[in-house]
Design a protein around this ligand. Structure first.
Ligand code: FPP
Length: 249
């Protein structure tokens, strides 16, 4: 089995680097349970995978990396787990902000951020401002995010524009609608990876995933690293993307 460096060389030889990779990071809880550890320990090890995968994406030349870190549904988990996840988010920002800035990573948070506690919201604002000039990789962290709510929010905005006479209904098209989503300015994901073997979309980027290639990895998120990301990209490079047409692009 080839190591990560050899896989990266092959990815570069193949050439078609996915511009936007999105990941549903799943399996932290099972990783902890397999070791008889509390769930937050799984999340803490998941945070280490976030760091590894950001670096691997930078090295591969991916332009946008979107990580599903906390769904709107996750607010319904036990308070102790929600609080552990929020603390980890703050810790991640505190520990990584300087390095992310130095590496040219531009951090964005996508989701209903007004639900965050003041300390978490302040940390988010700080790292977004600090990394705003990053030009190597855009890192979208989806927090308090749900795709249906995102779509409803966009529909309301389009309806308000129409009611105010700023647009007419026949001006509404893909591009106008996409600009109302949290992902405004990002190309749609080329590749969606879900870890831990689950075969679901889980209310993630429903609009944006229309023609995205899917990769289900059996690996639990805390064990997902450079090699696993590169294997998924190599597999993506073998796909025949037709976008509903007959011939490959
Ligand atoms: C899914 O595993 C993962 C989450 C709900 C949270 C993802 C969070 C991290 C990777 C760590 C913190 C992230 C950042 C950006 C600092 P699960 O708990 O649903 O696992 P299970 O399905 O095995 O129970």
């Amino acid at each position: 089995m080839a190591d990560a460096a050899a896989l990266l060389s092959q990815i570069r030889i193949n050439g078609a680097i996915p511009r936007h990779v999105a990941i549903i990071m799943d399996g932290n809880g099972r990783w902890a349970r397999e070791r008889l550890l509390p769930r937050p320990v799984g999340h803490r090890n998941g945070m280490k995978s976030v760091r590894t995968v950001v670096e691997a994406a930078l090295e591969a030349g991916v332009e946008v990396l979107s990580l599903f870190a906390f769904s709107q549904e996750n607010w319904q988990r036990p308070a102790v787990e929600v609080s552990a996840l929020m603390s980890l988010l703050e810790e991640f920002i505190q520990r990584e902000a300087d390095e992310l800035e130095q590496q040219g990573v531009q951090v964005h948070f996508l989701g209903e951020l007004d639900r965050l506690a003041p300390a978490a919201a302040a940390a988010v604002d700080k790292v977004v401002a600090q990394t705003a000039a990053g030009s190597k990789l855009r890192l979208n962290l989806l927090v308090s995010y749900g795709s249906r709510a995102e779509i409803i929010r966009a529909v309301k905005s389009v309806a308000a524009d129409a009611a105010a006479g700023r647009i007419t209904p026949d001006q509404v098209d893909d591009a106008l609608f996409s600009d109302k989503l949290f992902t405004v300015g990002c190309p749609d994901p080329d590749l969606l990876i879900r870890t831990s073997g689950e075969q679901r979309i889980s209310n993630f980027m429903l609009w944006q995933l229309a023609y995205t290639e899917l990769a289900i990895s059996p690996v639990l998120w805390p064990d997902f690293g450079r090699k696993e990301l590169y294997e998924a990209i190599l597999d993506y490079q073998q796909r025949d993307r037709r976008f509903g047409r007959v011939q490959a692009q």
